[in-house]
Design a protein around this ligand. Structure first.
Ligand SMILES: Cc1ncc(C[n+]2csc(CCOP(=O)(O)OP(=O)(O)O)c2C)c(N)n1
Length: 498
C-alpha cells in the first residue's frame, strides 16, 4: 500500500495544502480539490467576518499549517496581512490593535507558532482584550490516526496546543470539519466581543479552500445582540447606591481598568459631571479617565498616589470604584487604607454596596448613567483637595553639557503630548515615569499593568500605530525590554540571511 505518512509535500504543487493524504488515504473530502468556487470557502468566510467586526489588519507568521488560510486572507480586499518576525510579536501587535480598534487578530501555525503566541494571548486575557487568535491546525484527515506531526513535541496528540489555550482564552473552536465550521467561527468571534477576552480558532490546514454549501452565499452581516441589564436589578442597585451616596458628606469616585471592557468610560465621566464628586483614577486605569476634567484629583495608588489624592480618597466617607482590580501592585502590597463599608464597587455586570447588598446582571454603563440622574450634587471632596493642593515644583533645567536626566527627558515628552499622540508605556521604569505624565484630552495611553510582560510594548506599538495611523505613537521602553524584542527580531533575520 502506497500510504505516505506525514506527506507534507505530497500535494503542495497542486494546492498548497499541508500534510494532505495521497488519493488512497482515508479522506472523505479530497483535500486537493481544485478551488473551483473561491467564494464559498471557509477561508473566504473567515476573512469576511474579520472585516465585518472591524479588523482590517491581521498580524501573522506563515507556517506549513496556515499557508492556504493566509492565501484566502490575502485575497480579501478589506484585509491587510502584516507579516511579523515572530508569533509573540504578532500577538502583541494584535493586543495593541485591539486596544484602539476594539478587536484584533493574529494568525500563526500549529504548536510551534501557537505556543509562541501564548504569552501574548495570556496578556490580552489579563487586559480584557478581544484578540482572535487563529491557528492553522492539523489536516482534518489526520485526527484520530495516531500520526506524529512535525512542529509538535513528537507525540501523536493534537490537543496539546488546545489545552494550553484553554486557560488563556474564553472560547476555543477546533475546526476540523466543514459542516460546523461556519457556526464555530461565528460563535468564537461573538464570544470574544461579548466577553472582551481572547478566543482560539484552530483551522485544519486542508479546509480553508474547500467549497462547502454553508459558505455558498455572502455571510449575513455580523450582528451581536446587545447585552442588557436586568431592569429591576438596575433600579434596585441605583436606588440603594443613591441613598448611600446622597447621605455622604464628601464622596469621591475612582476609575479602574475594567472601565474599558465595560465600555463605561463615557458614562463614568457623565456621572462625575452630574455629581460634582472628586474624580481619581487607579494607576492601572491611566488613560481611561480624563485628567483634564475640572474635578480630577490625580492617581489613587495608596501610599504612592499623586500629591494629596490619597488624603482625599481615604478620608472620604463614601467612595465609588468603577471597574477596579485590587492586585498586589495596584494596592501597594494590600496596604490601601480603604474600608469596605464606605465603598460601592461597580464591576462590568455587578454592583456591590458596602457590606450590604450585591446586584448581579446590572451593566456598569447602565448603572452609572442611571445613577447620574439620582445623585445630589456634592463638590465637597474636590473643594477640600483644591484647598490643600500645592502645585508641584518644576524639574530643574538641564545644565549645558550635563548628561540627560530622566526627569528632563520626560519634561520634553510631556511637551510632545496632545490629542494627536498616544503613549505606550513598557513594564519597568517606564511604567513609573509615564505615570507622571499629564495626559491632554484625547491623548491615548496604553500599558500592561496586570500582566507586565517585558517586550510587550514594541509589538503593541506596531499594532496600535497600525490601528490609528493618524496618531503619533510615543513608546517608552527600557533597553532591557527592548532587547527582548531585538533578540526575537534579529534571531529571525539571522536565520533568514543564513
Ligand atoms: C517576560 C518577562 N520576564 C521578566 C520580567 C521581569 N522584569 C520586569 S522589569 C525587567 C527588566 C526590564 O529592563 P528594562 O527594560 O531595561 O527596564 P528599566 O531598567 O527601564 O526598568 C524584568 C526582567 C517581566 N516583567 N516580563
Amino acid at each position: 500500500m502506497d500510504t505516505k505518512i506525514g506527506a507534507v509535500d505530497a500535494c503542495k504543487p497542486a494546492s498548497n495544502d499541508v500534510g494532505c493524504l495521497p488519493s488512497n488515504g482515508v479522506s472523505t473530502v479530497h483535500p486537493c480539490i481544485p478551488l473551483n468556487s473561491p467564494e464559498s470557502t471557509l477561508g473566504r468566510h473567515l476573512a469576511r467576518r474579520l472585516v465585518q467586526v472591524g479588523v482590517s489588519d491581521v498580524f501573522s507568521v506563515p507556517g506549513d499549517f496556515n499557508l492556504t488560510l493566509l492565501d484566502h486572507l490575502i485575497a480579501e480586499p478589506g484585509l491587510n496581512l502584516i507579516g511579523c518576525c515572530n508569533e509573540l510579536n504578532a500577538g502583541y501587535a494584535a493586543d495593541g490593535y485591539a486596544r484602539s480598534r476594539g478587536v484584533g487578530a493574529c494568525v500563526v501555525t500549529f504548536t510551534v507558532g501557537g505556543l509562541s503566541v501564548l504569552n501574548a494571548i495570556a496578556g490580552a486575557y489579563s487586559e480584557n482584550l478581544p484578540v482572535i487568535c487563529i491557528v492553522g491546525g492539523p489536516n482534518s484527515n489526520d485526527y484520530g490516526t495516531n500520526r506524529i506531526l512535525h512542529h509538535t513535541i513528537g507525540l501523536p496528540d493534537f490537543s496539546q496546543e488546545l489545552r494550553c489555550f484553554q486557560t488563556v482564552t474564553c472560547f476555543q473552536a477546533v475546526i476540523n470539519n466543514l459542516d460546523d465550521a461556519h457556526e464555530l467561527i461565528d460563535t468564537a468571534i461573538s464570544t470574544a466581543l461579548k466577553e472582551s477576552k481572547p478566543v482560539y480558532i484552530s483551522i485544519s490546514c486542508n479546509l480553508p479552500a474547500i467549497p462547502h454549501p454553508t459558505f455558498s452565499r455572502e455571510p449575513i452581516p455580523f450582528s451581536l445582540s446587545p447585552r442588557v441589564s436586568n431592569q429591576l436589578g438596575l433600579e434596585a442597585a441605583v436606588e440603594a447606591a443613591a441613598e448611600f451616596l446622597n447621605k455622604a458628606v464628601k464622596p469621591v469616585m475612582v476609575g479602574g481598568p475594567k472601565l474599558r471592557a465595560a465600555k463605561a468610560c463615557e458614562s463614568f465621566v457623565k456621572l462625575a459631571d452630574a455629581s460634582g464628586y472628586a474624580l481619581a483614577v487607579m494607576p492601572s486605569a491611566k488613560g481611561l479617565v480624563p485628567e483634564q476634567h475640572p474635578h480630577f484629583i490625580g492617581t489613587y495608588w495608596g501610599a504612592v498616589s499623586t500629591a494629596f489624592c490619597a488624603e482625599i480618597v481615604e478620608s472620604a466617607d463614601a467612595y465609588l470604584f468603577a471597574g477596579p482590580i485590587f492586585n498586589d501592585y495596584s494596592s501597594v502590597g494590600y496596604s490601601l487604607l480603604l474600608k469596605k463599608e464606605k465603598a460601592i464597587i461597580v464591576q462590568p455586570d455587578r454592583v456591590v454596596i458596602a457590606n450590604g447588598p450585591a446586584f448581579g446582571c446590572v451593566l456598569m454603563k447602565d448603572f452609572l448613567s442611571e445613577l447620574a440622574k439620582k445623585l445630589k450634587r456634592n463638590t465637597t471632596a474636590y473643594e477640600n483637595y483644591h484647598r490643600i493642593y500645592v502645585p508641584e515644583g518644576h524639574p530643574l533645567k538641564c545644565e549645558p553639557k550635563e548628561a540627560l536626566r530622566v526627569n528632563v527627558l520626560f519634561q520634553h515628552i510631556q511637551k510632545m503630548l496632545s490629542a494627536d499622540t498616544a503613549v505606550i508605556a513598557e513594564t519597568g521604569d517606564s511604567w513609573f515615569n509615564c505615570q507622571k505624565l499629564k495626559l491632554p484630552d484625547g491623548c491615548g495611553y496604553e500599558f500592561q499593568m496586570q500582566y507586565g510582560s517585558i517586550g510587550w510594548s514594541v509589538g503593541a506599538t506596531l499594532g496600535y500605530a497600525q490601528a490609528v495611523p493618524v496618531k503619533r505613537v510615543i513608546a517608552c521602553i527600557g533597553d532591557g525590554s527592548f532587547q527582548v524584542y531585538i533578540f526575537r527580531h534579529t534571531l529571525l533575520l539571522g536565520i533568514r540571511n543564513y
